[in-house]
Design a binder for this molecule. Structure first.
Ligand SMILES: [Zn+2]
Ligand SMILES: [Zn+2]
Ligand SMILES: [Zn+2]
Length: 329
């Protein structure tokens, strides 16, 4: 499974901190961010594409969390929402109960308070209602007017409207956007998948071996080596110090998967030159696999999860090799 450097880093962090659930946190200065002890430090969109890529590769599982708006101009989440007149965008409006006079000559609309004594302030006519007697009480129903219990009137352009429009002022770039032009991002919570838990020990150990190699003066090289056959081979680790180059594969698998890794390790190791190949198995080798290592002379290190111990064994082996070459000459 090929993982990019960023993917490896994120996985390593999740495993290192034993994260069971990665949930976005709200920060007043940045908006929603994902972090693990303040250590991810990735921009939200970058983090999401990274995490969603790992969902596709089956290392993380996700659940929908929230849909959030961002500034269409700069991507910022720091938006100040204001509610404005849909016609002139002024936020100077009033809310109240409104009446619309519906006659053939008048279509006036105003707040209830303007209709003093039920008289329309525009045409001067009285509003007509139908009175219905119902079980002793009188019910007054509008006939030539309509009542809106909640309506809005702009104090700037004086027009009425049913709902104010939403305007988002970006606190970072100062651009105002209307509701329809906002961008929306889906946030998820992420959890390690069973496949990731399996990968855990192999990746974790690989990272530890790499830092131990660096501590001992090795240089970590590109993980791909070109074989004598002209074919490129991928290893978990390739490192060199002086004349010694080592290629290491780390397996946390068992059964058939580990056997396949071992056999492909053999094929790779036969094709590369001037490189000592080591197969590290965290779970240990079966009898059959041990036989394979003996038959094909594959150097294996099993059931050791301590990077220092593994490196001690590798260095012992490499120095023996150098000594035997020295003896021959
Ligand atoms: Zn902006
Ligand atoms: Zn009227
Ligand atoms: Zn207006």
């Amino acid at each position: 499974m090929y993982l990019s450097e960023d993917e490896q880093k994120l996985i390593a962090k999740i495993l290192e901190k034993d994260v069971k659930l990665l949930k976005p946190k709200y920060s007043p200065t940045k908006g929603f961010v994902y972090d693990i002890d303040g250590e991810i430090g990735l921009e939200l969109s970058k983090f999401l594409s990274l995490a969603n890529g790992l969902v596709e590769k089956d290392f993380l599982q996700r659940k929908f969390y929230k849909k959030i708006p961002t500034c269409p101009n700069c991507g910022s989440q720091r938006l100040l929402f204001t509610f404005v007149c849909p016609f002139c965008k002024s936020s100077n409006w009033s809310k109240g109960k409104a009446i619309q006079h519906l006659t053939s000559t008048c279509n006036y609309m105003g707040f209830e308070s303007e209709f003093v004594d039920n008289v329309c302030p525009n045409c001067g006519q009285e509003l007509k209602s139908a009175r219905i007697d119902e079980g002793g009480g009188t019910l007054s129903l509008p006939v030539d007017y309509k009542v809106y219990d909640v309506y809005y009137k702009c104090n700037s352009c004086e027009r009425f409207f049913e709902h104010p429009a939403v305007s988002a002022l970006c606190l970072d770039c100062s651009v105002s956007s209307d509701f329809d032009s906002l961008n929306w991002i889906d946030l998820y919570t992420y959890e390690p998948s069973p496949a990731l838990q399996k990968l855990e020990s192999a990746l974790f150990l690989t990272t530890k071996i790499k830092s131990e190699l660096v501590r001992r003066g090795y240089t970590i090289k590109e993980s791909q080596l070109l074989g004598k056959s002209g074919l490129p081979h991928e290893f978990d680790i390739v490192a060199a110090k002086g004349d010694v180059q080592v290629a290491i594969d780390v397996s946390a698998e068992s059964d058939k998967k580990q056997r396949d890794l071992l056999l492909s390790g053999y094929v790779k190791s036969q094709d590369i030159e001037n490189t000592n190949y080591y197969f590290v198995s965290t779970e240990g080798l079966t009898q059959e696999e041990k036989k394979i290592t003996e038959t094909f002379n594959i150097k294996s290190i099993e059931k050791i999860k301590d990077a220092k111990e593994i490196l001690d064994k590798i260095e012992d082996d490499s120095s023996q090799k150098v000594k035997s070459i020295e003896k021959q000459s």
